[in-house]
Design a protein around this ligand. Sequence first.
Ligand SMILES: C[S@@+](CC[C@H](N)C(=O)[O-])C[C@H]1O[C@@H](n2cnc3c(N)ncnc32)[C@H](O)[C@@H]1O
Length: 364
Amino acid sequence: MEKRVEAGEYHSKDFQWEFLKNLVENDPSLSHHLHHHPDSSSPSPDSQPWQDFHSRHSSGKFFKERRYLLKEFPELVSCEEKSKLLEVGCGNGSTVLPILRGSKNIVYACDCSSEALVRTKENIDLAIASVDNFRSFCCDFSKSKFPNWVACDHCRDNFKLKKDCYHSGESEGIHVNYKCSLSEHCVGGVDFVTLIFTLSAVPKEMMPRAIKECFAVLKPGGLLLFRDYGLYDMTMLRFEPEKRIGFREYVRSDGTLSYFFCLDMVRSLFADAGFIEVELENCCVKAAGDRNTAFFHGATKARKPKTCIKRVQDDEGIVHTKDEAIAKVAEDYFHGMFTASNTRSLADIIPEMDHKITEKLMRL
Ligand SMILES: C[S@@+](CC[C@H](N)C(=O)[O-])C[C@H]1O[C@@H](n2cnc3c(N)ncnc32)[C@H](O)[C@@H]1O
């Protein structure tokens, strides 16, 4: 079993963002990070640099286990047992490890690099005695759909229409959907998606598509938990000017990308995909024993909306479930309400209404 190391200091509510911003924006030596930069040079998505990265770091220790994760996202522990979670861009397993250790969730993990999946599996085997609630798969979510067994087209469509289509808790966490191929039963979507330092690695113009894909496989009411590089993180300020390929976008020497998020950018990306913001803040981790190195991160929890109309009945008693038909019935209803010709005057209606202030109360 692996030896566990204490987490560094974790700061969120006490974190002085304005102070850091002023410091950076008034430092002439950092001005090259601030200029406007045309956004055209961002390379097309390519998983090869990440594949090479994980092959080079075959010890699987490059990213440390994120011990603060369950403190930051306590929903991962307080949720129902066997809640389903999809970790996107799992790297060597730094996020799935604390979740598998600290919860009874069913964990799915993907990465665009098959090498990363091997590292993750090795690290899980090393840290946890027996695991039967974990499954991984290779996927570049900036250009491909998650596989049908995560959420088939039928489930994705249902999520758009239905309010309460939770399927968690079945034996083995699987519900059979006959629209999927026989060998790949759909699990009916997930309760959580985690995007931990993965979105920053996706080219900026592909981010909206990637987030929409996460939205599509979340059950209604499900949570997306996001943590990534914040604007003016130490990692950003250390980049050489020539590594800058777009506004707040950089390429490392090995070809992997890194974007640095401000809260407004996170807010608009997630809102555009359909999410409702639950919490959004800057936070920071100070590595244990290292007083000078602070890494500034942005974190957000965004919820998929749950309330939507799934069926309506029209004046003739016919039930409609299709989006367009529901919209038509609603439109007719409100049209009728505001243009009705046989309206009664208030003076006629008031005497028929229940009196909330009784005769007795009036006498008091
Ligand atoms: C910085 S690591 C983060 C790993 C992990 N989430 C963690 O908490 O440490 C980013 C990971 O995202 C993966 N990645 C980058 N672009 C991706 C994409 N388009 N689709 C899926 N995975 C991607 C990389 O291979 C890498 O393993």
